[in-house]
Design a protein around this ligand. Sequence first.
Ligand code: ADP
Length: 439
Amino acid sequence: MNFSSSLKSEITWVLSGFIGVLLAGFALGWPSVAVILYLGGYVGWLLFRINALVRWLDAGAKASDAPPTTGLTNEIVQLVHREKKYSRKQKNKYRSTLAQFNSLAADLPDATVVLSEDHEIRWANAAAQILLNIHPDRDKGQRIDNLVRVPEFREFLHAEDGIEEIEIAGPVAPEKVLAVRKVRTGKHMTVLIAADITQRVQVREMRKAFVADVSHELRTPLTVIRGYLELLRDDPSLTKEFATSIDQITDQSDRMRGIVDDLLQLSKLEGNLLGKNEGVLVNVQAMVESMIAPLEEISADHHVTLDMQPNLHLVGSERELYSAFNNLLTNAVRYTDAGTTIHVKWESDSDGNAVYTVSDNGPGIEARHLSRLSERFYRVDASRSRDNGGTGLGLAIVKHAAQRHGGTLHIVSTPGTGSEFQITFPASRSNTSVIASNQ
Ligand code: ADP
């Protein structure tokens, strides 16, 4: 029975009782007295039932203590029973979901630690004990930087800017490499996830060493071949046909030497970041100005304009920065037609970051290529790149050199309008903040 039918049946029997009592009252000659007594009795009985109901609800509404009642108030008791049963079911459902989640998180192979705003440990799984020596029960409430005493980790934990992942030596076993990621959840919590990437790093190092060794080994035979080609070219008895072939072989061996050199450079750049203040103070304006004269050798018909902030210097590797800045500049000359204007800008933005931009009004690049441009050997037009002496490694070198300095490469281009290649370096690498932090 539902609530409205209970109400109807209560009204029906109260009215039938009322009519019965009224008729009896008329028969006895005291109808009003009979009605008053009946209504008073009903109200009293109703109040008694409501009082029992309120006391029962107040005491926790246990099913076993439900007051014996009828009609409307009985329906309320049944409703409370149903509601309690439903919420019990829901609670059990949530409890089992939570238990499932806890056991899942506890069994994750990656160390997972939930931290409060003050970096105090709230929760940790079993892997956290193995990889970080954090015991889920023993260390609850402890500050994580008191337990994981790795300087880079401490810096990473407190950094507000976008560093979301670092690689550290394992605090339990230093031969292990851990990739630690930081995920902010809501305003007051951070989840740290540390994965054992020792094997991945070993493979990466092996690949790097292999590429570096092969490139290094190829340099000597290439130098010898180049030497003999020069000797051959100088031979006066050489037929014209043969001289053309020698020129072609020389071009190809130069191209190969270029690839080998770029591969070697790339293998040195990949993976390792420069330390915070590692490097020298580089005068970027002077460096870029020194690149202009050699550009004339590639093309004298491009207009290059410079807009440089003279007192903005950068802390880093002079060789790597030269390579990155020069690659963007030579690309702008090599991949645009004569008469193109190339604009180089060096400035600090509103956040104090140092920004190097090379823009041109050349042919531009279709959007589908943009995200792949800095991959090794990715070219928009392979034959044009080869004709220009490109190795397909230029932008990969730019990206990695920028990354080593904490910078990012950003490319915007519109076919028919031009391209803009921009490297943004963090304020912490510019001379203003370095001088300020040393004072
Ligand atoms: P490469 O060493 O062959 O020049 P890069 O990695 O430097 O290779 O460049 C990748 C590709 O990006 C080039 O093949 C070229 O198609 C395209 N590219 C680079 N700079 C420009 C530019 N300023 N305008 C148009 N295309 C460009």
